[in-house]
Structure formats: structure tokens, C-alpha cells
Ligand binder design. Structure first.
Ligand SMILES: CC(=O)N[C@H]1[C@@H](OP(=O)(O)OP(=O)(O)OC[C@H]2O[C@@H](n3ccc(=O)[nH]c3=O)[C@H](O)[C@@H]2O)O[C@H](CO)[C@@H](O)[C@@H]1O[C@H](C)C(=O)N[C@@H](C)C(=O)N[C@H](CCC(=O)O)C(=O)O
Ligand SMILES: Nc1ncnc2c1ncn2[C@@H]1O[C@H](COP(=O)(O)OP(=O)(O)OP(=O)(O)O)[C@@H](O)[C@H]1O
Ligand SMILES: N[C@H](CCC[C@H](N)C(=O)O)C(=O)O
Ligand SMILES: [Mg+2]
Length: 484
């Protein structure tokens, strides 16, 4: 591609040779190949500008950087931009160029992974070649890659979207994290609809205030979606109203779902042990749905997913009918097994206050004995949530076991003691494997165990090392040993 072909994305002006060939784009100097454009972005740990010389050494054709960035002496052209991250995303979209035709994104504090997985499943039932992209990875026909970032960085994302489109995928649902939205990782994705689940405390280490966090989420609605696009918004959350108002102000077509929803109205829910029956009204017609998943919140997620599928062309009866066959996303209130006396053991990804509160409350209706929870808090992440989660666990569970969850560079005992400060009576077992085994050994008939915080994760990060670790495997092992 020639530099001049990028006009419209970047102001190609002045001394920049417009006829210059550029072969790719990268924001990481270590990955620059000869002929690439290097985009210098300011990050949380480093400033990409300081790697411009490194990028030049590796053969970069030109540098894209913020106006006035301190790049040092360079012999290759420099293109100035006001928003390097946005430029990176738009350039990545331009270089890779292909995307599934129908792309939707969902944002919110909790439920994004579930909604993306559910939307993909509904489309699949309608016979469409579909993908989901997010925390648990990429799922598409013939493909199931383990995930890392919730919203991949733009270059990885557009490489992936092109691969999916080339493989015939026409529909894709992706998660829009607040980091991803704030860092413009989704700019350049041709989205046709957006979804919102809820807003609670999260990432207070990154966003200065909850309002700032909400504003980051709103970028999906006020910046990324084209005018007139459907915005499917869960109506029963305390942040629904301002989200609806922002979506309306941005000229979107607001479709609300939930008990207070107009587009899909939840009329009634009846819990049965591991499943629930819901009455949902769509367009004046009542649909009786037997959802094979536990947890009220899964109904809310299912409503957002059905709303997105309907908004992108799936008939309501097919979308709502598909909910009867939904599989939960891995590690989201996932029933991993039961003890010999019938007590269920769930692995769940609740690692923030609202999620923990929800998950503990949602197993209570079918627990005749005790609710037992094993959980911890990650190191190098929002410290403020620790006592809040300690309080929630002791209030809503009968037995709370505080353990380690990716201590990263922090001292595990200190993380635990910050949780325990607000969790009187909680049991402390640092070793996560032992904590799970102890909890399973405690289970009587009628009890429910939730192992929270790691969900689908396959490792435990201590210091800078990640050891293989899976809550699923530990639960299975302990159940087997307990039965023996
Ligand atoms: C805080 C954060 O979001 N960081 C992300 C961000 O990195 P950064 O811009 O801060 O990077 P940096 O290390 O300061 O470096 C600045 C720039 O210099 C470049 N560099 C650096 C070194 C070098 O030798 N050469 C070079 O060019 C880097 O490539 C980067 O472009 O941009 C990178 C590329 O997109 C991400 O990989 C990185 O995610 C880190 C790994 C991360 O852990 N992110 C988490 C917090 C995250 O994004 N989570 C969200 C939400 C999860 C949820 O929903 O709960 C997610 O979407 O996953
Ligand atoms: N709608 C919801 N309301 C409240 N809690 C929820 C909801 N959906 C899921 N949860 C809780 O949050 C956990 C994570 O769910 P999910 O992975 O779907 O959300 P997410 O938004 O993708 O989270 P993350 O940002 O951590 O990737 C679940 O395991 C469950 O405990
Ligand atoms: N995307 C989230 C995942 C947290 C999962 C939890 N197990 C932890 O390590 O804190 C984060 O990076 O903040
Ligand atoms: Mg997620």
C-alpha cells in the first residue's frame, strides 16, 4: 500500500513522500518488520515515542506519533496525529481490511463474555457462521483459541477479523472492555449494533472515578456505532437510564430488555435447581423459555444476547427458542460436579464486588443448606475492592474461604489480610488447591460451593511467573479424592 492511500486516516502532508510503500503497521517496535509504519503510543508503563529509533533500526518505513512527541533524531518520515491510538486502530483496519459483515459489541461491568457467547450460539442455531471474541478467547467454526485480553489490541484484532471473514464467518459478537474502549482498540471495527449489561465497581486502578469509567463504556454508543444503529440496553440496572439517554442523544435506536424492558420484557422467572423457566414478551407475544442455566443474571445476559440477535435480523421466535439450548460460557457459574451427597460445585469468574454479590445471591434460592465460597483478589489490581468483596462474602455466604488469586507482584498474605479485615469469621487458606479441597471436604447434602475469581483461567500468576492452574481440574480432583 502507498502512504497516499492512507489519506483520510492520516493527514499525509508536507515532506512525507506520498508514493512511499508501506507494508504493515505495528505499535510495538519489537515486532516491526521492514516497511512497516510504527505508531508510537503513550502507554501506562512506557512511551512508544522512546522506541521510534528502535523501530527505524528494524526497518520501519515511517513513524506515526503524537504532535510534538520527543522522538529523537530520525532519518525516516514522521507523520503527526492528534490521536495515535485511534490512528493505530484505523490503520490496522485499513491494512487488514476484511471483517465479518455483521459485527456487534457488548459492554458493561459483568456479563460481556456470557453475552458474546450467547449471541454467537443464537446465530449458530439460526444457521449463521458465527464467532465470539473476548476474555475466554475466540470461538468460531473449527476454531477455539484460549483468550488473553478481553478486547485484543487493534493489530491482533484486525488480523483476526480478516482471518474470520476469509474463513466465511459472517457474524461476530465481541466484548468491549473499558480499557479497550478508552484505548480506541475498537475504532475501525465496523459495528452494526451494541449491547449494555450493567455498571458496577471495576478497574478503579485505571479509571479515576466511576463516572469516568461509565464515560469510557459510553464510547461504544456515542462514538463507535453509526447513527440509527440498534443499542440493546439492559433496563433494570442503576446505570441503565444514563446509558439510554446517551444512546438516544447519539441518535441510536434504543431497544431495552429486562423487567422494565420494552423490546424484550421479562414477565416472570421460576427457579428450578440448575435451570430456570422464564416468561418473555416480545412484540406482544409471550414466549415460555426453559433456560438450562442457573443464576438470574444469566437470564439478563440471555435477554441482551437475544436482543442483539433480533436486532441483527434473527426472527424473535428463533432467537428466544435458541435460549433453551444455551451452553454457559466456560467458568461462568459452571457446574463442574456434585459430591456423592449431591452438593453442587460451581466454578465462577466473579472477581469484582457486583459479580460476587450476584453469584452468591443467585445460588441461594436452590440451596437448602449452606452457601460456601472460595475466593481471593488479584494483585496489582484495584485494591479498594478487597474489603468490599470480603464484606459481601461474609454477608452472603455461610462459609467464606479467602485464598490467593494471581497475587502477581504483591505479597499474597497482604492481599488476603486486606480482604479479611472486612470478613470476620472467614477462613484463610492461601494455597488455592488446599482451599478448594478443604471446601469440598466440608460439603453436606443441600450445600452449594462457589469457587470464584478465576473462571476459565489456566494459570496462577505469582511474581512474574505463571504456573499452570485450573479451578476446574482442582475441583474434579478434589471431588474424586473425596468420593474415594
Ligand atoms: C493497562 C493496559 O491496558 N495496557 C495495555 C496497553 O499497554 P500500554 O500501552 O500501557 O503499554 P506500555 O507497556 O506502557 O508500552 C507503551 C507502548 O510502547 C511500546 N513498546 C514497548 C516496549 C518496547 O520495547 N517497544 C515498544 O514499542 C508498546 O508496544 C506500547 O505500544 O496496550 C497494550 C496493547 O494493546 C496491551 O497489551 C496492554 O494490556 C496489558 C497487557 C493489560 O494487562 N491490560 C489489561 C488491564 C486489560 O486491557 N484488560 C482489559 C479489561 C479486562 C476486563 O474486562 O476485566 C481487556 O480488554 O483485556
Ligand atoms: N449480568 C450480570 N450481572 C451481574 N453479574 C454477572 C452478570 N453476568 C455475569 N456475572 C458475574 O460476572 C462473572 C463474569 O461474567 P462474564 O465473564 O460474562 O462477564 P465479563 O463482563 O466478561 O467479565 P470480565 O470483564 O471480567 O471479562 C460471572 O462469572 C458472574 O459471577
Ligand atoms: N481482566 C481482569 C481479570 C481478573 C481475573 C482475576 N482472576 C484476577 O487475576 O484479578 C483483570 O485483569 O483485571
Ligand atoms: Mg469478559
Amino acid at each position: 500500500m502507498k502512504l497516499k492511500d492512507l489519506a483520510g486516516i492520516l493527514p499525509v502532508e508536507g515532506i512525507v513522500p506520498a508514493d512511499m510503500e508501506v507494508s504493515g503497521v505495528s505499535s510495538d517496535s519489537r515486532q516491526v518488520r521492514p516497511g512497516d509504519l510504527f505508531v508510537a503510543v503513550a502507554g501506562s508503563k512506557a512511551d512508544g515515542a522512546s522506541f521510534a529509533a528502535d523501530a527505524q533500526k528494524r526497518g520501519a518505513a515511517a513513524i506515526v506519533a503524537a504532535r510534538g512527541a520527543a522522538l529523537g533524531a530520525l532519518s525516516i518520515p514522521v507523520i503527526a496525529t492528534d490521536e495515535p491510538r485511534r490512528a493505530l486502530a484505523l490503520l490496522a483496519a485499513r491494512f487488514f481490511s476484511r471483517q465479518p459483515e455483521t459485527m456487534v459489541a457488548v459492554t458493561g461491568t459483568s456479563g460481556k463474555t456470557s453475552v458474546a457467547a450467547f449471541t454467537r450460539q443464537i446465530w449458530e442455531h439460526a444457521g449463521l457462521a458465527s464467532a465470539s471474541i473476548g476474555t475466554t478467547g475466540v470461538v468460531a467454526p473449527g476454531r477455539n483459541d484460549y483468550g488473553s485480553l478481553t478486547t485484543p489490541d487493534p493489530v491482533a484484532l484486525h488480523r483476526l477479523l480478516t482471518e474470520l471473514a476469509e474463513a466465511g464467518v459472517t457474524h461476530a459478537a465481541m466484548e468491549a472492555s473499558s480499557h479497550g474502549l478508552d484505548q480506541s482498540r475498537l475504532d475501525g471495527v465496523r459495528l452494526v449494533a451494541g449491547g449494555f449489561t450493567n455498571l458496577g465497581r471495576d478497574h478503579m486502578d485505571y479509571h479515576p472515578t466511576v463516572e469516568d469509567y461509565h464515560r469510557a463504556k459510553l464510547r461504544l454508543f456515542d462514538t463507535l456505532l453509526p447513527k440509527g444503529a440498534p443499542a440493546v440496553i439492559f433496563a433494570d440496572d442503576r446505570w441503565s437510564e444514563p446509558t439510554i439517554a446517551a444512546a438516544r442523544a447519539a441518535g441510536l435506536k434504543v431497544l431495552t430488555v429486562g423487567r422494565q424492558g420494552d423490546f424484550l420484557r421479562l414477565k416472570r422467572v421460576e427457579h428450578e435447581r440448575f435451570r430456570q423457566r422464564a416468561e418473555i414478551e416480545a412484540d406482544g407475544v409471550i414466549h415460555e423459555i426453559d433456560l438450562p442455566l442457573a443464576g438470574d443474571f444469566q437470564i439478563y445476559n440471555a435477554l441482551v444476547a437475544a436482543g442483539l440477535a433480533i436486532a441483527t435480523g434473527t426472527p424473535s421466535s428463533a432467537a428466544l427458542g435458541a435460549l433453551e439450548k444455551l451452553g454457559g460460557a466456560p467458568g461462568r457459574l459452571e457446574l463442574v460436579g456434585t459430591t456423592g451427597n449431591g452438593a453442587p460445585v460451581y466454578v465462577d469468574y466473579a472477581h469484582k464486588p457486583d459479580a460476587l454479590e450476584n453469584v452468591l445471591a443467585s445460588v441461594r434460592p436452590f440451596t437448602t443448606g449452606r452457601v460456601i465460597v472460595v475466593f481471593g483478589c488479584g494483585g496489582d489490581r484495584d485494591r479498594g475492592k478487597r474489603p468490599i468483596m470480603g464484606e459481601i462474602a461474609t454477608r452472603l455466604a455461610d462459609v467464606a474461604i479467602v485464598t490467593d488469586d494471581n497475587p502477581r507482584s504483591e505479597v499474597p498474605e497482604e492481599i488476603r489480610s486486606e480482604i479479611l479485615a472486612a470478613a470476620p469469621g472467614a477462613i484463610e487458606i492461601g494455597d488455592r488447591r488446599m482451599a478448594i479441597a478443604e471446601a469440598i471436604a466440608m460439603l453436606h447434602a443441600g450445600d452449594t460451593l462457589i469457587v470464584a475469581g478465576k473462571g476459565h483461567e489456566e494459570g496462577q500468576t505469582v511474581g512474574s511467573q505463571t504456573f499452570p492452574f485450573s479451578d476446574h481440574e482442582e475441583v474434579r480432583r478434589a471431588l474424586k479424592e473425596h468420593a474415594a
